[in-house]
Write a protein that binds this ligand. Structure first.
Ligand code: AMP
Length: 598
C-alpha cells in the first residue's frame, strides 16, 4: 500500500494528519536532543535568573551548562523544604520561579510522613498536555482502527487542600482532570472515553467508579481499550465489579440509577446513557455469576484490543493477575511521568512489559543523570559527582534521574533509577529499574525501611504490657487478594508464657503500625480503599535463624548477613508461611484526613 507522503514518518505511517504532526515533533525533538536540552536549560536559567534561589549561587546571568553544573548543587527534597514551606505559607516573592507558583502538586513520595509538595506553574499544564497529545499518534502506529470505538478508562480525582498561605495542594492528575485542558478538550475520534467528565470529576470514589463502570458496560461493544493509570487501579475496578454487579445489572435491567448515586451532576449525565436493557443485564449477570472470573474483561468487553496501564516498576507485581482477568491481552505502558515533571513516552507501547523503555522528551525539562554507583554516596559540594547529560548517557548503565524544571526545581534528585536500553535518534531510552528506598508498595504508597522500622517500634510498645518483645521481623506486599495488603512477619519473645499476647492485642498492634505509616498509605486505606488491612503473621521462635541458615546455604556471608526487611523470594516465603502460628488483621481504619500534619 502506498503511503501518503504527508503521513509518512520514520516511526511509521501516521493514521491522520494530526498524528503526522505529532510524530514529526517527536522526530525533531529526539534528533536534536542535545541542542534542545541546551536551549531548555538556557530558557529556564534566563527566565529564573533573578529568583532568590538562583541568585544565592551567583550564576550572574550565565545560562550555559558548565557554569550551571559548577555552581548549582544537586539536591533532594529535604534541602528545599525551607523554600517550599515559605511558599506554602504565602510568600509570593520569586523564591524558586519567576512565574507565580500556581499550586502545589502532592507527590506519592513522602517526606516525614507527608506527601512532598511540588511547586508548579500555570504553563506546565501545556507541557503535560503536549506530552499526552503524543500518546495516541504513537499508539495508532501499532493498533489500527482506534477511531472506530472508545476507551474505558477508570480515572479519578482525589481530595485537595490548601496550604496555610492559600495555595491549592493536590495530586497532579486531579489538577489535570480539573483543568480546562481536560474538561474542554476538543473532540478527537481516536481518544473518546466512555466515562463522562462528571463521573471522573466526582470526588466520591464510590459514585465515580460506579458511574464509570455503568457507562462502560452500556458501551461494551464500542470499548476497544481499557485502562487506568496504574495496574492497581484497573484491578480495583475489577474488584468493584465483583462487589457491585448485582446493583449494576439491576440498574441496567430497569433503566434506573442506584440511590447510592447522589451527586446531581453525575445523576444528570447518566440519565443520557441509562435505558432498560434486560438483555445486557442478563449477559453481564451471567458472566459475573460464573465461578471463574478468568478472562472476565474480554467476556464483558469483547472488542478490547489492549489494556492501557502502567505495569513497570512496582506495578509489575500485578501482571499475572491482569493476565488472568484479561486472558492475556497486551499490556501497554504509554508514559513515564511524575508530580515534579512529565518525562516521556514509550515509542513502542505494545512491547512486552519487561522490555518497556521510555524515551525522555528533551523539551520537558533539563535532565541529568547521576551514575547509579555514585547515588548511594552522599553528595559533597567539594567533590561534586559528574552528572551526565541526556544525550551522553551510555547504553547498559544505570542512573538516577536529576531534573531542572521550568517550575523551579534545580538539579533535583527524583529518586528513580533508570537503565539505558538504546536510543531513538539522539534521545536515550530508559528501562524503569526501580524507585530508590521503596520497601513496600501496593498502590501509589511507598514505604521505606525507616518507616517500617518506626511502625514496628511503635506497635511493639503495646506488647510491653504482656512482657513480650519483637525479636525479628520482615515484611511482604501481598497482592494475591484485591486490594493487596502489607504482611509483617513477627517473631516474638514471650517472657511470661502464661500471659502471651491475645488476638485482640495483636490486632491493635496492626492498627498501631498503620497509624505510624505515611499519609499516602493511610489515604489508600481510608479514602481510596486501595490497600487492605495490615496483617501480622506471628512465626515460631527460631524462624529467623532458619532464614539465616537458608541464606547462608545459598552463599550469603555469615558475618555480613542481615535480616531482609522485605521478602518476595518464593522459597523464603514458603519457609516463613510454614512457620506461622497465628495471623492477625487491623480491626479498624487508621486516621487520615486530607489536611497535612504540621
Ligand atoms: P508521583 O510523584 O506520585 O507523581 O509519582 C511519580 C513516580 O511514579 C515516578 O517518579 C516513578 O517512581 C513512578 N512512575 C511514574 N511513571 C512510571 C512508569 N511508567 N513506570 C514505573 N514507574 C513510574
Amino acid at each position: 500500500m502506498a503511503v501518503d507522503p504527508i503521513l509518512s514518518s520514520p516511526l511509521g505511517p501516521a493514521a491522520c494528519e494530526k498524528d503526522a504532526k505529532a510524530l514529526q515533533f517527536i522526530e525533531e525533538m529526539t534528533r536534536n536532543a542535545d541542542s534542545v536540552q541546551e536551549r531548555v536549560l538556557a530558557e529556564i536559567l534566563s527566565r529564573n535568573g533573578q529568583t532568590e534561589y538562583l541568585k544565592r549561587f551567583k550564576l550572574e546571568g550565565s545560562t550555559d551548562r558548565e557554569t550551571f553544573k559548577s555552581k548549582i548543587p544537586v539536591i533532594k527534597y529535604e534541602d528545599l523544604q525551607p523554600e517550599i514551606q515559605r511558599i506554602a505559607n504565602g510568600d509570593r516573592s520569586a523564591i524558586l520561579s519567576a512565574h507565580p507558583i500556581s499550586e502545589f502538586l502532592t507527590s506519592s513520595g513522602t517526606s516525614a510522613g507527608e506527601r512532598k509538595l511540588m511547586p508548579t506553574i500555570q504553563e506546565e499544564l501545556d507541557r503535560r498536555q503536549m506530552l499526552y497529545s503524543l500518546l495516541m499518534p504513537v499508539m495508532n502506529l501499532y493498533v489500527p482502527g482506534l477511531d472506530k470505538g472508545k476507551g474505558l478508562y477508570f480515572l479519578f480525582v482525589k481530595s485537595e487542600t490548601r496550604t496555610p498561605g492559600g495555595l491549592l495542594a493536590r495530586p497532579v492528575l486531579t489538577s489535570y482532570y480539573k483543568s480546562e485542558h481536560f474538561k474542554t478538550r476538543p473532540y478527537d475520534p481516536y481518544n473518546v472515553y466512555t466515562s463522562p467528565n462528571e463521573a471522573i470529576l466526582c470526588a466520591d470514589s464510590f459514585q465515580s467508579m460506579y458511574t464509570q463502570m455503568l457507562c462502560g458496560i452500556y458501551e461494551r461493544k464500542q470499548v476497544l481499550r481499557l485502562g487506568a493509570v496504574f495496574a492497581s487501579g484497573l484491578l480495583r475496578a475489577i474488584r468493584f465489579l465483583q462487589l457491585n454487579w448485582h446493583q449494576l445489572t439491576h440498574d441496567i435491567r430497569t433503566g434506573t440509577l442506584s440511590p447510592k448515586i447522589t451527586d446531581p451532576s453525575v445523576r444528570n449525565c447518566v440519565a443520557d446513557v441509562l435505558k432498560p436493557d434486560p438483555e445486557l443485564a442478563d449477559l453481564v449477570a451471567g458472566e459475573c455469576s460464573k465461578d471463574s472470573w478468568e478472562g472476565i474483561i474480554t467476556r464483558i468487553w469483547p472488542n478490547t484490543k489492549y489494556l492501557d496501564v502502567i505495569v513497570t516498576g512496582a506495578m509489575a507485581q500485578y501482571i499475572p493477575t491482569l493476565d488472568y482477568y484479561s486472558g492475556g491481552l497486551p499490556l501497554a505502558c504509554t508514559m513515564y511521568a511524575s508530580s515534579e515533571c512529565y518525562f516521556g513516552l514509550n515509542l513502542n507501547p505494545m512491547s512486552k512489559p519487561s522490555e518497556v523503555s521510555y524515551t525522555i522528551m528533551p523539551n520537558m525539562a533539563y535532565f541529568e543523570f547521576l551514575p547509579h554507583e555514585h547515588s548511594s554516596i552522599p553528595l559533597s559540594r567539594d567533590s561534586p559527582p559528574r552528572l551526565v547529560d541526556l544525550a551522553h548517557v551510555e547504553v547498559g548503565k544505570e542512573y538516577e534521574l536529576v531534573i531542572t524544571t521550568y517550575a523551579g526545581l534545580y538539579r533535583y534528585r527524583v529518586g528513580d533509577i533508570l537503565r539505558v536500553t538504546g536510543f531513538h535518534n539522539s534521545a536515550p531510552q530508559f528501562h524503569f529499574v526501580r524507585r530508590k528506598n521503596v520497601l513496600l508498595s501496593i498502590d501509589s504508597d511507598k514505604t521505606d525501611e525507616a518507616e517500617l522500622q518506626k511502625a514496628v517500634d511503635n506497635a511493639s510498645k503495646l506488647l510491653r504490657e504482656v512482657n513480650t518483645s519483637v525479636v525479628e521481623y520482615t515484611s511482604f506486599a501481598d497482592t494475591k487478594t484485591i486490594p493487596g495488603h502489607y504482611v509483617i512477619y513477627w517473631e516474638l519473645l514471650v517472657k511470661d508464657s502464661a500471659n502471651s499476647p491475645s488476638d485482640e492485642l495483636l490486632g491493635q498492634c496492626c492498627l498501631a503500625m498503620e497509624e505510624s505509616l505515611n499519609s499516602v498509605y493511610r489515604q489508600g486505606r481510608v479514602a481510596d480503599n486501595s490497600i487492605g488491612p495490615l496483617e501480622i503473621r506471628v512465626v515460631k521462635s527460631g524462624t529467623f535463624e532458619e532464614l539465616m541458615d537458608y541464606a547462608i546455604s545459598r552463599g550469603a556471608s555469615i558475618n555480613q548477613y542481615k535480616v531482609p526487611r522485605c521478602v518476595n523470594f518464593t522459597p523464603i516465603m514458603e519457609l516463613l508461611d510454614s512457620r506461622v502460628v497465628s495471623s492477625h488483621f487491623s480491626p479498624a481504619l487508621p486516621h487520615w484526613t486530607p489536611e497535612r500534619r504540621r
